[in-house]
Design a protein around this ligand. Structure first.
Ligand code: NAD
Ligand code: MG
Length: 301
């Protein structure tokens, strides 16, 4: 498939714009890599065209090596922002590709590997991003952990704890550390999920964390509105990222991934990018405390 910007932006039927299921089974070890995905995901490497909407801004994106975070990182750089990305040390190869793409736009790129399951690292992460970029205007809390299990009795306390630590605690720790650095015009964007509103049977722990993120987003937006800071969430439906084949869904679900949406296919990470750019930019001056659905027509509201 042709992933050029001409192809992405031309008028066409969105159902057939990107690959549709069935997809091959493709188990990967967590956290997964972009290279092992068939078909190849589109994060905007060749297909995202920027328009200077984030000129001079400084952004920190967690989970910036792959998937939705990678698409946001590429788009932010093309819109004129400096970008710091966080990822797990074992994701260095994917992260290097993103760093190269940010630098190719003439922007500052900062790579900060580390496990956000630890409070101390979350504080270091923010401090390093602020120091290396000389400030912070945009925080994208996007890293996430998802492990499908059929029954509640299959969910160990360790899994439950890890899911909450990465998806809920780290988001709190990172945002709390970032707050003193954020000034008027700053924007916080949290990646929630359709699971926040329509929890699946096999994602009992994950779906709870995603509901927490919507609640956190609303409370925090109310806290910081008077400081001139906006806080929003994005709620994706099925997106074609390493999270899913590396334990996020069983392999029979990967084969049909995205087929139940109105668009009959999963979203490609680049299809999230315009929404993250909008929420980060001053174009979204009247948008705060909101959750924007990106579910191919499956959101239950
Ligand atoms: P992804 O695997 O590409 O990204 C998730 C990232 O989270 C990883 O790249 C990794 O860097 C990071 N991460 C996980 N555990 C970490 C830890 N302990 N420390 C530091 N980083 C850690 O997959 P994605 O789908 O792009 O995921 C991004 C976000 O989107 C997640 O919050 C996920 O829950 C959410 N989401 C995804 C989908 C989907 O269908 N793919 C749907 C709804 C929401
Ligand atoms: Mg990754």
């Amino acid at each position: 498939m042709n992933y050029s910007s001409e192809n992405r932006l031309k008028k066409q039927n969105p159902q057939t714009q990107y690959p549709q299921p069935p997809f091959p089974r493709q188990p990967q070890e967590r956290p997964g890599t972009v290279e092992d995905m068939t078909p190849r995901p589109d994060h905007g490497e060749e297909s995202y065209k920027g328009n200077n909407r984030l000129e001079g801004r400084k952004a920190l994106i967690t989970g910036g090596d792959s998937g939705i975070g990678r698409a946001a990182a590429i788009a932010f750089a093309r819109e004129g922002a400096d970008v710091a990305i966080n990822y797990l040390p074992e994701e260095e190869a994917n992260a290097k590709q993103v760093i190269k793409l940010i630098e190719a736009e003439g922007r500052t790129a900062v790579a900060i590997p580390g496990d956000i399951i630890k409070e101390e690292f979350c504080e270091e992460l923010v401090a390093t991003a602020v120091e290396k970029m000389g400030g912070l205007d945009i925080l994208v809390n996007n890293a996430g952990r998802q492990t499908a299990q059929k029954f509640i009795t299959d969910i160990t306390t360790e899994q439950f704890d890890n899911t909450f630590k990465v998806n809920v605690y780290a988001l709190f720790w990172i945002t709390r550390a970032a707050m003193p650095h954020l000034k008027e015009g700053a924007s916080i964007i949290n990646t929630a999920s359709i699971q926040s509103f329509d929890p699946s049977a096999n994602l009992l722990d994950y779906a709870q964390t995603k509901a927490c993120i919507v609640s956190f987003t609303k409370s925090l937006a109310a806290q910081v509105a008077d400081k001139g800071i906006r806080v929003n969430a994005v709620a994706p439906g099925p997106f074609w990222t390493p999270l899913q084949p590396s334990g996020g869904q069983p392999q029979d679900k990967i084969e049909e991934f995205g087929s139940s949406t109105l668009l009959k296919r999963p979203g490609q990470p680049v299809e999230c990018a315009p929404v993250y750019v909008l929420l980060a930019s001053q174009e979204a001056s009247y948008i705060t405390g909101e959750t924007m659905g990106l579910s191919g027509g499956t959101m239950p509201f």
